[in-house]
Write a protein of this length. Sequence first.
Length: 335
Amino acid sequence: MTGELMLGGIVLLGSCVQWLTGMGFALVAVPALVLLLGPAQGVVLANCVAGAICVVGLAGGWRRVRPRAMVPLCLAAALTVPVGSWVARRLPPAELLVFMGALVTVAVVVVMRGARLPALRGTRGAVAAGAAGGFMNSAAGVGGPPVSLYALNAGWTVREFVPNALFYGVVVNAFSVASNGVPHLGAARWGVVVTGMVVGASVGRVLAERVPEQRARMLVLLLALTGGLTTLPKGLQIRARDYLGETDPATPLASPVFADLTGLAPLLIQVGSHEILLDDAVRLAARAAEHDVAVELQVWPQVPHVFQGFAALLDDADAALTSAAAFTRAHWPAG
């Protein structure tokens, strides 16, 4: 019963924000559906529900669809949907969760920043956006952000964007369902899904008259960002169990932040300011200092994990390697 209630609530919330803002079902619902049903079933259910919502929404606005823009978008999506399905079927569950969480998170951040990209203009831009959206939709259930960015760079108004986005949603979700299949839920769960869609649509229409559109869209993006960031560590937790087995994660052999570092040689720690291991690097430096180890912590701004591997491409990577070499010479006796 709890699972059915959670499923109904997720679909209700996603349907509500879709009708409230004209976007966002997949962004809001996919991370939660993936955690509840698993990656494969969560994505195909999102494809089905999002496609149905788009069909209903398009009924009153199909005359405003731009065929010239939609043809390259949809044709490109048709080519990449099978690729996304192929990738999703071959990734282990843990990697798929991380992939989906990262995809949703990056997509939301890019949309929130409103990136202006010359490559997303004209027919080439439509092909690029359609291809990216098709792959993302079949692999992770989230195909809308590339189309949103294309519309932004093409200068579409909200009135122009909504019917065209709905048309693209119908097509790309139909392709995705054809490629991925339909979820195996049973009659009771399908009833819960349909009820959530109907109730969510009713609530969304009522709220649309009371909530400013800009504020509602920002709420949708924040909910989606939260979902993406929640899915990422779930996948990492699965891989952590593969690594640790039944071992206590606080054992020093699993992580040096729990170890007695007394007597360790001088330690240089380099970390990027935006990477997931930043906190661990700071904790390790503090742990070394507690045990009287000479330690130097370097936090390099705005660089990714293992940025040193981009030497000759990033100035910071070159500088970090030069610094590491100087540290080694200073603490390694000559001869």
